[in-house]
Design a protein around this ligand. Structure first.
Ligand code: SF4
Length: 254
């Protein structure tokens, strides 16, 4: 298996140094950061969040996430569709099997949905996803001559593509700071930090794009996904060792 396609592997060592210069050292940022902890955060009322400090600190400690280092738009598109409500490890395995049999948009557009379903059956929502990836491939072929479009509007007109998937393609494949893809991790971390006060990922995306300086957009998904998976966990966030605790309001955290 070519390392170029191991997007989801925990041992993945490729990254996007040109984009955000993530240090490929020890992951997670737990060690040595207890001094950063300040219960309740250091931001007073009316004080703007220190977006740059948080991003800078996470760049120092985070590892790459599943899509880091990948740049083939069609593969980012298909893998992001497959990843919806699925674990990265499962997504990677299923994606590799899919790619081995149908390596590009042309091949996948000609596939039978039932055959695709058989290949990806171990992933959740496999029937829906089988229909979706074949439909997306056909739309890319029919509407765009086999070239994945590079605007949010065109991407979101494809089957199975919502704001997050479109954003992932724009950010990870095209390197465009034109979206902040928001999944459950980005939504949770953004709210706990006090950067937004929103109920849905869609609103979080809108608010982040309104508030966060654009030069930080490319990194935000990768940094917050990694942080949300390993430190700012859904149930028991590891605030005591969190590298960005000094800038966090810990909204909703007991
Ligand atoms: Fe804030 Fe999450 Fe860090 Fe806790 S783990 S301090 S809630 S960012």
């Amino acid at each position: 298996m070519s390392p170029a396609y191991k997007w989801y592997a925990p041992t993945f060592t490729k990254g996007r140094p040109a984009r955000h210069g993530v240090r490929r050292g020890p992951r997670r940022g737990l060690a040595g950061s207890a001094q950063c902890f300040s219960a309740g955060g250091a931001m007073g009322a009316g004080v703007a969040p220190d977006y740059r400090a948080v991003v800078r600190r996470l760049r120092e400690v985070n590892g790459p996430t599943m899509l880091d280092g990948h740049s083939n738009p069609f593969e980012v598109l298909i893998a992001t569709i497959l990843s919806q409500r699925s674990r990265d490890e499962t997504t990677e395995r299923v994606f590799q099997a899919l790619r081995a049999r149908w390596p590009d948009a042309r091949a996948l557009s000609r596939a039978r949905v039932a055959d695709v379903d058989r290949v990806i059956h171990s992933i959740g929502f496999h029937r829906q996803k089988a229909r979706g990836v074949v439909a997306a491939a056909r739309a890319v072929m029919d509407r765009h001559g086999g070239v994945v479009p590079s605007t949010k509007e065109e991407l979101m007109a494809l089957p199975m593509v919502g704001p997050k998937t479109a954003g992932c393609v724009l950010v990870y494949a095209f390197g465009q700071a034109t979206a902040i893809p928001v999944d459950t991790h980005v939504h949770r971390v953004s709210n706990r930090l006090g950067w937004v006060a929103t109920r849905t990922p869609e609103r979080t995306e809108e608010e982040l794009e309104r508030r966060v300086p654009r030069d930080l957009w490319l990194d935000l998904n990768s940094l917050f996904v990694d942080h949300g998976k390993h430190v700012c966990l859904p149930r028991r966030p590891r605030c005591g060792g969190c590298p960005v605790a000094r800038w966090c309001e810990r909204v909703g955290v007991a």
